[in-house]
Ligand binder design. Structure first.
Ligand code: SF4
Length: 325
């Protein structure tokens, strides 16, 4: 059994005058101790998938089908106490813009100590000692001094380390990391990714790393799932997906990065990610796909296992060898 298993997850958001199906059949799993990348353009549903795992939905949102199993609990149907036990304890989370997530009026060590007090019930002195030690473990230099500083006195990379310290205070089995290196320079980005990788290996902690950056995936993740317009369209081992992508959307994402690395202008995939009022009955990528054919407009492809990967594309509907039609 995977640690996290999402099966056919549907989520819709209703607001006065609008009604949108934002996730329509997400399938994803994360095994204990592994790092899985979740990639896709803005609007593909990556962050909503992460928020669903925390059962932290925006107003007007509701699950309409599917399950999220985490360690034996169905998160979609869990009661308030079960969710309380999961959030921050079994599942930690870090997000982009760490400085904005920290309280600007309190020293960072106090904010980390609050986690130990709230989640593990430690007294103030023990919580502070644990917080200083955690700041040391996440690479804050001279933590007894830097820990007493306020967020605005620390760099963006240091603030993200503080967020990591808070997220792992209770020893979670899964860390959700949503664009954790956005806004950091390349050196700091590399340091944060190495920190997450080291913590995962040392503690056997699984990580779902949400990013739009394939270079981050290549550097960090054992497996990758590619999201498009509210569903996973391809997944598999990172090496396989990056060297032999099957879905035309994944091919487009990789070609855009390859062009950039070759010094050419990045060629973004023409068009934008569509939004749907209802789950589409056709391929959601059809209007942007250079390989679309008649079937793509009348039938939605299902995610299908193929040589250790999974792909949702009619090009591979009849093959067992992994070759496109
Ligand atoms: Fe393109 Fe058709 Fe495959 Fe969709 S199903 S990605 S439109 S070839």
């Amino acid at each position: 059994m995977p640690l996290l298993s999402i099966q056919d997850l549907h989520l819709e958001i209703s607001r006065p005058g609008s009604h949108v199906s934002v996730l329509h059949g997400v399938n994803l799993h994360v095994d204990a101790g592994e790092i899985v990348g979740l990639v896709g353009e803005t609007g593909s549903g990556k962050t909503l998938t992460a928020m669903s795992i925390l059962n932290l939905l925006p107003s007007g949102a509701r699950f309409t089908a599917g399950v999220i199993h985490f360690d034996g609990v169905d998160i979609c149907r869990a009661d308030a106490e079960q969710i309380h036990q999961l959030r921050g304890r079994a599942i930690g989370a870090i997000f982009q813009q760490p400085r904005a997530a920290l309280n600007p009026t309190r020293p960072v060590v106090d904010q980390v100590a609050d986690r130990y007090a709230d989640l593990l019930g430690l007294g103030r002195r023990a919580a502070l000692d644990a917080a200083f030690e955690q700041l040391r473990q996440v690479g804050i230099p001279d933590p007894r001094v830097r820990g007493k500083q306020y967020p605005h006195q620390l760099s963006g990379g240091m603030c993200q380390r503080v967020m990591v310290a808070m997220a792992i205070a209770a020893g979670p089995r899964l860390l959700l990391a949503d664009e954790p290196t956005t806004g950091l320079d390349v050196t700091l980005q590399d340091q944060i990714l190495r920190l997450i990788t080291n913590l995962s290996q040392a503690a056997g902690m699984a990580v779902l790393l949400i990013t739009h950056d394939l270079a981050v995936v290549a550097q960090t993740c054992q497996r990758v799932a590619v999201m498009y317009a509210g569903e996973v369209v391809e997944s598999g081992p990172t090496d396989e997906i990056l060297s032999r992508p099957k879905h035309p959307y994944t091919v487009g994402l990789i070609e855009a990065v390859a062009g950039l690395e070759a010094g050419r202008r990045p060629e973004a995939i023409p068009g934008v990610v569509p939004r749907f009022r209802q789950p589409p009955h056709f391929c959601p990528f059809v209007d942007r796909c250079p390989r679309a054919f008649d079937r793509c407009r009348v039938e939605r492809p299902q995610l299908r296992a193929l040589n250790g990967q999974e792909v949702a594309c009619h090009l591979y509907a009849e093959t067992t060898t992994g070759e496109a039609r």
